[in-house]
Design a protein around this ligand. Structure first.
Ligand code: GAR
Length: 222
């Protein structure tokens, strides 16, 4: 029988809760993907343990074993390509990527980021939202380009910021939405409904005018 699932690789540096969300959705029969590799820059990343427990091949590559960032990224992405992955998901991979490694994956690599991009690229997004006094916060999933957190935005999830919020409370409230957002976007790509065409994101072959929004039911809508 022809396997209809999309082979994916996941890069993760830490806890791996977004990876677990993908694994659970797949195990529940709700996500037509086949994880072929989980790779990390950190040997002690819990994400690697989650992957092993789920029977997914794992790879740890230590940046310190390579002379430059570019050498590391090219070696890592070679291994990803060799895994047969057709989609690469960055799920808490906390490294800046070299353009030479990223470019061949244009339209085939997505990242989940804890802010309403284009606001707050980079680190400490929850803290920066509080410092700015924003009324709203959220998470984005975007196609990865060489510009850090700068690629075309596919979908977002939003939360209201409350007066007593802390970095920790914001992170805790946002995380379950990140999980749903990442699973929902991965699902659209795996089913062949969403793709990047030059600068335009196409959903069911129509240009997306603005990022999809995650609703209360965990569905994406325009
Ligand atoms: C997530 O909050 C993700 O959005 C963030 O790291 C966390 C990883 O959690 N990613 C970034 O900040 C990337 N710029 P996880 O390991 O439990 O999935």
């Amino acid at each position: 029988m022809h396997d209809q699932t999309l082979p994916i690789a996941v890069l993760a540096s830490g806890r791996g809760s977004n990876l677990q969300a993908l694994i659970r959705a797949r195990q529940a029969g709700k996500l037509p993907v086949r994880p072929v590799l989980v790779a990390s820059d950190r040997a002690d990343a819990p994400a690697l343990r989650h992957a092993t427990e789920a029977g997914i091949p794992v790879l740890h590559l230590a940046p310190g074993d390579f002379p430059t960032r570019r050498d590391y990224d090219l070696a890592l992405f070679d291994r990803v390509a060799a895994s047969g992955a057709e989609l690469l998901v960055l799920a808490g991979f906390m490294r800046i990527l070299d353009a030479a490694a990223v470019s061949p994956w244009r339209g085939r690599m997505i990242n989940v980021h804890p802010s309403l991009l284009p606001k707050y690229r980079g680190l400490h997004t929850h803290r920066r939202v509080l410092e700015a006094g924003d009324a709203e916060h959220g998470a984005s999933v975007h196609f990865v380009t060489p510009e850090l957190d700068g690629g075309p935005i596919i979908a977002q999830a939003r939360i209201a910021v409350q007066s007593d919020d802390t970095e920790q409370s914001l992170a805790a409230r946002l995380l379950p939405l990140e999980h749903r957002l990442l699973v929902a976007v991965t699902d659209l790509i795996a089913r062949g409904r969403l793709r990047l065409d030059a600068q335009t994101i196409l959903l069911d072959e129509s240009a997306l005018e603005r990022p999809l929004q995650l609703d209360r039911d965990g569905q994406l809508s325009p």
